[in-house]
Design a protein around this ligand. Structure first.
Ligand SMILES: [Zn+2]
Length: 462
């Protein structure tokens, strides 16, 4: 890598052309997307640092320079953060707008743990490194660059297109909630923070997924109290042992398998690329969710068990107050990912039955996430996404998917607005370090990514 870097100045002397790093975008809109991304990575929009308004102002300036009316680009503060909206006026101002969402905030990153500074954009080996490059300042930059490019080309959408970027997606989602309410008249939402293309080890795309639903997130606190006493004088009950029994039952329980139009399409679409045993189980389950052998095979796979049912697992436990005392209090957390369409209340009632210990109280712990139904597999959306993606990779498999939750789409789906995750990022899943160390984005995804966003917006608002 070092030798390659040192060669660049020599090449610059030999050639009058600009010396772009390998795979850097070459189109004007792609170059602008990379500039926006670099600018965005350098603003540490981590919770508690108050930097979201700083990034929003930079994006606002870009949009206005790119042709948006100043009045149409608004930042709405929410505590130390806030959300940004930019309205692209259409021919019919009264029709329901198409809303394109993303988020400006990122997960915390400790520079001491990173090989490169997380808040300095660094281009190396065909990637741009930095916190948020993948989740999701890359798509954010591509969306902004695409909108500006479309304006410069003079494109006028059939109806308004609103870009809307939240400022605390990774934490409380208070900005998302406020933004969804402000845009509750939206006809449809496209989210740059889910879905996307997957590349194999040779950099060849093999599938594109459209996220059309996500599981409902839920935590339940289990509590058991006991009079306790001296550990030398054990009685009939022990709260730690009783909680252990309860949690073992939760762990052993399997909720009934479920299938929806979305998961059916996902399993059928994934089977052609799955290993033979899983592929057979996917097809069999999609055809008949009562197929016990298929359920068994899919349940044994951590990658697919969550696709066919609600899952609940114990994740935390605390209890006891002294090594020589009978425990007076034990609490545990059970984390559930609930199949869309099933309520959190229903799962709470099922947990009560499974545990079957009236001494243990079960309380739902509200963290602000919502129950939301999956979005319908809208033919118009599927056709538009397929066209935009296949212009980039002819014939690529397009598969609707459900994620484990939770994205900003949840707040729009909860309001009854269909929402689709359609990221224009194509990458090898093994390169996905979002939320982790050394997060990166392949530079090669930027030029075609901007083109994909432009094609998709044009198809959805023509
Ligand atoms: Zn994200």
């Amino acid at each position: 890598m070092l030798a390659k870097t040192r060669l660049i100045p020599a090449l610059m002397l030999l050639s009058p052309l600009p010396a772009y790093a390998a795979d850097e975008p070459t189109t004007p809109a792609g170059r602008e997307a990379l500039d926006i991304l670099k600018e965005a990575v350098a603003v540490p929009t981590v919770i508690g640092r108050g930097q979201v308004p700083v990034l929003a102002e930079k994006l606002r300036a870009r949009l206005i320079t790119g042709g948006f009316a100043a009045d149409d680009v608004r930042f709405v503060p929410v505590g130390e953060t806030g959300y940004l909206t930019a309205r692209y006026p259409g021919r019919d101002r009264k029709a329901k707008p198409l809303v394109v969402i993303g988020h400006m905030d990122v997960v915390e990153a400790n520079p001491a743990d990173w090989e490169r500074d997380p808040f300095t954009p660094i281009i190396e080996g065909g990637y741009i490194f930095g916190r948020g490059t993948n989740d999701m300042k890359g798509d954010l930059a591509m969306i902004v660059a695409a909108a500006i490019d479309l304006r410069r080309k003079g494109w006028v959408p059939a109806h308004d297109v609103v870009l809307a970027f939240s400022g605390d997606e990774e934490t409380a989602m208070a900005t998302t909630k406020a933004m969804a309410q402000a845009l509750s008249g939206a006809g449809l939402v496209l989210n740059g923070d889910a879905g996307g293309g997957e590349l194999d080890k040779d950099g060849k795309a093999y599938v594109y997924s459209i996220q059309a639903g996500e599981k409902t997130y839920a935590d339940y606190t289990l509590t058991l109290t006991d009079p306790g006493g001296h550990s030398s004088r054990p009685g009939a009950t022990n709260s730690i042992a009783a909680m252990g029994t309860a949690l073992a039952k939760v762990w052993a329980n399997r909720f009934a398998p479920q299938v929806s139009p979305l998961t059916k399409a996902y399993l059928e679409g994934t089977a052609p690329r799955a290993p033979a045993d899983l592929a057979g189980a996917m097809r069999a389950f999609a055809a008949n969710p009562g197929d016990a052998a298929a359920v068994e095979t899919l349940s044994a796979s951590p990658a697919y068990v969550g696709v066919i049912r609600t899952t609940c697992v114990p994740t935390q436990i605390t209890g006891g107050h002294a090594p020589n005392a009978l425990p007076q209090r034990v609490t545990a957390n059970v984390n559930c990912r609930i199949f869309p369409g099933t309520s959190r209340q229903d799962i709470e009632a099922q947990l009560r039955k499974i545990i079957a210990d009236p001494q243990i109280t079960i309380a739902f712990r509200d963290n602000g996430t919502l129950e939301s139904r999956e979005s319908p597999l809208d033919k118009r959306v599927l056709a538009a996404v397929t066209k935009a993606v296949r212009a980039r990779v002819p014939g690529l498999a397009i598969v609707p998917s459900m994620s484990a939750g939770a994205t900003d789409s949840m707040h729009f789906r909860a309001l009854g607005i269909p929402s689709y995750g359609v990221s224009a990022t194509f990458m090898d899943p093994d390169d996905d370090f979002s939320h982790g160390l050394n997060e990166r984005l392949p530079l090669a995804t930027i030029d075609p990514g901007v083109a994909q966003w432009e094609a998709l917006l044009q198809a959805m608002a023509k």
